[in-house]
Design a protein around this ligand. Structure first.
Ligand code: NAP
Length: 449
């Protein structure tokens, strides 16, 4: 921190925190714009100014916004990492390497770190927290989950005194955009994906988003904040949205549900129950109203009850806003540290955890059984369900002629996962069944009203 010569409060009266950026792409551009456009507000709230001294990029020749002048750009990471004046390093490159090595280098030089990198934090958070703690600095990553929504801050601060029962997130904007488009327009999955790509809401290679991997990484970070447990995202039961068909969307609609990709975390005596699945959500439920590329996180906690955090989960400005808020928080730590107070210890007691198996989870199910319409087929499907003690709540069958293909929709009562899996395996073995049964979970009711 250095005194600044000029400022809205007169010469020499404004403290200054010097920062360096690693990366100046979508989010980096948003950060630079917010720091410039909101400079007066930030200075008023912080009582100090934030100055970007260096920005690491790959390509110096790329055209960039005027908020990132050529003179600040470098391709040499040492100009950011080794500059003693830089107190906060902001990593916005993405990926694991070289981001991991550079952040460790910054921490080892006692620089605070802000990152938006969920993949890195979910997979290497433990080593990064340990190094930060060893050096007496902090690492903030609000933008890594649900972009601009301050959910990590809400869990860490606003709800710090509460006992959290369950977290349910719509944390992948691409999935929500696609499922919402399929519901509203009747589009197929493939057409909705193309539309999402054209509108900039899906990557050219959307695998990490539509396959659920991105949501699993975010769920791992939510679990850390909510329960103090570190879970490997690869160990989370994860299912993407690619199996959801227009037929399922329409059948769910007729039954009073909408499809949402939900990332859920619950504490149970057997360990955390974690999952990422496309699920049927009752239309009147608050999560059913989350539209387009928006994100939302529903927290159920003992004292507060239900609280919903809703907003834009991606994009340069929402994500940039979350990053700059993290920078402002760290500036406050720096002022406290320079005044002789150590930074707060975060995540000093992380417990490694393994999610409990999903086979003993119980829930209602939507089944779509593909059969040839022959006499007695309904009874045979019902017998398979009955043998595994799967009770039927509703059954809908299109009235087609004899011998024609039929999609038989079954809603089951609440039943353990292992039993419904066994029943579906038996159904799929029937001679009249023409293809694997489509099965999706129905969201469990809220634990707290
Ligand atoms: N985009 C979003 O809406 C969003 C939302 C939440 C979180 N995030 C996270 O934010 C981070 C950044 O995302 P983004 O969309 O801003 O990415 P991006 O547009 O691809 O920008 C990456 C930036 O990093 C620089 N870079 C990459 N590798 C580098 C290397 N090896 N050496 C030097 N510079 C390097 C690039 O330089 P050049 O410009 O020279 O190519 C570019 O400026 C990721 O971790 C992402 O998951 C993004």
């Amino acid at each position: 921190m250095t005194p600044r010569g000029t400022g809205p409060y007169g010469a020499g009266d404004m403290r200054e925190v010097v920062i360096g950026l690693l990366g100046a792409g979508n989010v980096g551009g948003g950060v630079a714009r917010i720091l410039q456009e909101n400079q007066a507000d930030i200075e008023r709230r912080l009582g100090a100014s934030v100055r970007v001294k260096k920005i690491l990029v790959r390509n110096l020749e790329r055209t960039r916004d005027a908020t990132m002048p050529r003179a600040l750009l470098t391709t040499d990471p040492r100009e950011v990492l080794e500059d003693p004046e830089i107190r906060i390093v902001v990593e916005l490159m993405g990926g694991i390497e070289p981001a991991l090595t550079m952040i460790l280098e910054a921490l080892s030089r006692s620089k605070h770190v802000v990152t938006a990198n969920k993949a890195l934090m979910a997979t290497h958070g433990k080593v990064l927290f340990a190094e930060a703690q060893r050096r007496g600095v902090a690492i903030n990553f609000e933008a890594a989950v649900a972009g601009g929504i301050p959910i990590l801050r809400a869990l860490r601060e606003g709800l710090a005194s509460d006992r959290i029962e369950r977290i349910t997130g719509i944390v992948n904007g691409t999935c929500n955009y696609i499922l919402d488009a399929m519901s509203r327009t009747g589009a197929t999955y493939a057409d909705a994906l193309k539309d999402a790509q054209a509108a900039g809401f899906a990557e050219a290679d959307p695998t990490l988003d539509v396959g659920g991997g991105d949501a699993a990484q975010k769920l791992s970070l939510l679990t850390l904040l909510a329960f103090g447990l570190r879970v490997d995202p690869a160990a989370i039961a994860t299912e993407g949205i690619t199996r959801v068909r227009s037929f399922d969307i329409a059948a769910a609609d007729a039954l009073g549900y909408v499809f949402k990709s939900l990332a859920e975390a619950r504490q149970t005596p057997e360990g955390p129950a974690l999952s990422v699945h496309p699920m049927l959500v009752p239309k009147e439920h608050i999560l059913a109203t989350v539209r387009g590329s928006y994100n939302a996180v529903l927290v159920e906690s003992r004292a507060m009850g239900r609280s919903l955090y809703h907003g834009r989960g991606a994009g340069p400005m929402p994500t940039g806003m979350a990053v700059v808020s993290d920078i402002i928080e760290l500036c406050r730590h720096i002022f406290a540290f320079d005044a002789g107070r150590p930074p707060p210890e975060a995540f000093s007691t992380i417990v490694e955890a393994v999610p409990r198996p999903t086979s003993d989870e119980a829930h209602e199910n939507y089944l779509c059984v593909h059969v040839t319409n022959v006499p007695g087929i309904l009874g045979r499907v019902a017998s398979c369900l009955g043998r595994h003690e799967v009770s039927v709540k509703r059954l809908e069958q299109d009235l087609h002629g004899a011998g024609q293909a039929v999609d038989m929709v079954v809603v089951t009562e609440r039943v353990p996962e292992a039993r419904v899996r066994a029943a579906v395996a038996e159904i799929d073995g029937l001679d009249e069944v023409t293809g694997p049964t489509h099965r999706f979970r129905i969201r469990e009711p809220d634990t707290i009203e």
